[in-house]
Design a binder for this molecule. Structure first.
Ligand code: SF4
Ligand code: FES
Length: 378
């Protein structure tokens, strides 16, 4: 362990999100992967040795938890090798999976390699609705995967992404958590960038739905159905202040994309003015401490008003840079979710328009065939 002690003790990252691949059998309409995930550079995925080096460098830098995510990380046949390497340097590892490829054999191998925790996403409490959102028939496979995780004695988190088309079944989702003996549940609100921004008008919940959801969650928390807790937050678009996205730009986390670019968050590739360094060319220590990309929005010096003189600047760090870019075309603007932002009307209008519309959902594969630019503006 001693050889992996962090080289610097301040401002070190705690979390590495390893996006092993953007390939995925599902095509959820709120996928957090980039709209242009089909592009050639994303398909030139890192080799096993690149990931092994990155994992060791991350531990050296001070990271203590590693999420294997995607796309579907189980599509990487070297996942067991990577899990083993992470376990050897005492990283706490989570597999973030849709569950459809998690066979007993694979789960057992991952468990033996030292995997600590599995998170399975389920799109809805009912098979037909869940399969519709996922774009393939897979609900029963997900339930089977959850049972495998419990049979192996690994902690199980279930993740439901909430939106207008499924939030009415929140009670059923919690019942499913109880049936599957989930240790923890994430009732995650849809984040409106990438694919979800394209489908925003069909996904934003109504105020009435959110009021009822808050009551259901309050009751569920008291009944302690998930011993490790229920995570629930209201959607950004209904908040007065933004959340400190990723704990602040370059403060807590590193995200490595399938082709090796290192970013402070999963949507940062949408910011065209920033060039991200790649683990094939640079070590993580340089990327974290020195790279222009990680320093671009660190701290508060980059802020303009109203954030610059706001007493919440060190609390929410001006909100989400990617959301600011997508809504105002300026990544350095105050997140329009903030009621003090001069662009807050964009969020209010989006909420109002969503209530008036009932658009069909567009799944991620269909958006890809449109082309990225048309997909954003369709
Ligand atoms: Fe946060 Fe900026 Fe809004 Fe202040 S003005 S609450 S720092 S987003
Ligand atoms: Fe990029 Fe929020 S998702 S800063």
């Amino acid at each position: 362990m001693s050889e992996f002690l962090p080289v610097k003790t301040t401002d070190r990252p705690l979390t590495l999100i390893a996006e092993l691949t953007y390939r995925c059998p599902l095509s959820c309409p709120y996928c957090s992967n980039p709209l242009n995930y089909h592009d050639k550079h994303y398909r030139q995925e890192l080799a096993t040795d690149d990931w092994l080096r990155t994992i060791r460098q991350a531990r050296n830098l001070g990271v203590w938890q590693l999420g294997f995510s995607g796309g579907e990380p189980l599509l990487r046949q070297d996942l067991e090798v990577l899990v083993k390497a992470a376990a050897q340097v005492e990283l706490y590892t989570t597999l973030v999976t849709a569950g459809t490829l998690l066979t007993l054999e694979r789960a057992t191998q991952l468990c033996h390699a030292g995997l600590n925790h599995i998170q399975i996403s389920i799109q809805d409490s009912r098979a037909a609705q869940s399969d519709y959102l996922a774009g393939i028939r897979c609900f029963e496979q997900k339930l089977a995967a959850a049972r495998i995780v419990k049979d192996l004695g690994l902690p199980l988190t279930l993740n439901f992404v909430l939106h207008r088309q499924n939030i009415e079944r929140l009670e059923e989702m919690l019942e499913l958590c109880e049936q599957l003996q989930a240790d923890r549940v994430e009732l995650a609100q849809t984040q409106y960038y990438g694919w979800a921004l394209h489908n925003r008008a069909a996904l934003l919940p109504t105020p009435q739905q959110l009021e009822r959801a808050a009551q259901i969650v309050a009751v569920a928390k008291k009944s302690r159905i998930c011993p490790m807790g229920i995570l629930y937050v209201i959607p950004d678009y209904y908040e007065d202040y933004p959340k400190p996205c990723m704990g602040g730009w370059g403060r807590r986390a590193l995200v490595v994309a399938p082709h090796g670019d290192v970013m402070p968050c999963q949507a940062a590739s949408s910011i065209p003015e920033i060039e991200f360094a790649n683990v094939r060319d640079r070590d993580l220590d340089w990327i974290w401490f020195e790279s222009p990309a990680f320093n671009r929005f660190r701290g508060t010096d980059w802020m303009s008003e109203p954030c610059r003189s706001c007493d919440r600047a060190q609390i929410d760090f001006g909100g989400c840079r990617c959301q600011a870019l997508l809504l105002t075309n300026n990544a350095a603007a105050t997140d329009p979710v903030c009621h003090l932002s001069p662009h807050h009307d964009l969020v209010v209008t989006a909420r109002e328009e969503a209530l008036e519309q009932s658009l069909p959902l567009v799944h991620r594969s269909s958006v890809a065939s449109l082309g990225v630019k048309e997909a954003y503006h369709k």
